[in-house]
Design a protein. Structure first.
Length: 214
C-alpha cells in the first residue's frame, strides 16, 4: 500500500475509533474526560448533540491557532469533523448503560479504545488534533512546560463543563490516569515511519585509481 494511502486509512480508523470510544464513555455515565465534560455541558445548554458540540468546539479552538501561528494539517481538519460525526452515529445505536457491570465495562472499554485511537491517529502523522495543537502552540509561545500548560487547559475546561452540567466522576479520574500510558505504549507500534531515502550511488572510481587498486 502506498505510504499516503496507509496514512489516510490509519487516520480515518483512528478518528472513527475516537468517536466510538467517546460514545462508550458517555453511555457509561460515570464521568468524562475534561474536554468531553465541556462538550456534554454545552450540548445540554444549547439543545445540540454531543457530537455537534465536539465539532463546534474544535473549530472555535482552531480560531485560537491563528494568533499562536499554528498550521493545521489535513489530519487536524479531519479530526475536527469526524470525531463528532462518529460520536453521534454511535450514540444512535447504543443506549445508556443501566446495570453497574455494563457501565463499568463500557467505561473501561471506552478508555482503552480511546488510548488506542489516540495512538492510531497521531501515528498517522497528518497533523495534530485541534486541542493538541492549542496546547503545543501555547507551550511554544509562553515557554512554559507541557505539563503546566496541559494541566491549566484541562482544569479550565473541566471546571467550565462541570458548571454547565457536564458529568464529572470516577470516569474522569480513570481517563486522566490511564489515557497517557495507554497511548504511550501503543504509539510506537502504530506510527507510520517515513520511507527511507534511496542510498546515493557510489561515485565511479577513476580509471587510474582503479588500476592502482588492481
Amino acid at each position: 500500500m502506498p505510504l499516503l494511502a496507509r496514512k489516510l486509512a490509519q487516520l480515518f480508523v483512528g478518528l472513527a475509533l475516537k468517536g466510538v470510544s467517546l460514545a462508550f464513555v458517555l453511555r457509561a455515565g460515570l464521568g468524562l474526560a475534561p474536554w468531553d465534560v465541556l462538550h456534554q455541558g454545552l450540548a445540554e445548554r444549547v439543545g445540540a448533540t454531543v457530537g455537534q458540540m465536539v465539532i463546534a468546539v474544535s473549530f472555535v479552538v482552531l480560531l485560537a491557532w491563528i494568533p499562536l501561528r499554528e498550521r493545521p494539517g489535513f489530519g487536524t481538519l479531519a479530526n475536527a469533523v469526524l470525531v463528532g460525526v462518529f460520536v453521534d452515529l454511535t450514540m444512535v445505536v447504543l443506549d445508556d448503560a443501566q446495570s453497574w457491570p455494563w457501565r463499568v465495562a463500557l467505561l473501561v472499554l471506552g478508555v482503552v479504545l480511546n488510548g488506542l485511537a489516540t495512538a492510531i491517529y497521531i501515528g498517522a502523522s497528518l497533523g495534530p488534533g485541534p486541542r493538541d495543537g492549542l496546547m503545543t502552540g501555547l507551550v511554544r509561545r509562553t515557554g512554559r512546560s507541557v505539563r503546566l500548560v496541559r494541566t491549566l487547559i484541562e482544569v479550565g475546561v473541566l471546571l467550565v463543563g462541570f458548571l454547565l452540567g457536564g458529568t464529572v466522576g470516577v470516569g474522569t479520574v480513570v481517563y486522566a490516569v490511564a489515557i497517557g500510558p495507554i497511548a504511550h505504549v501503543l504509539l510506537p507500534l502504530v506510527t507510520v515511519a517515513p520511507r527511507p531515502e534511496p542510498a546515493a550511488a557510489a561515485p565511479p572510481v577513476p580509471v587510474r585509481q582503479a588500476k592502482d587498486v588492481a
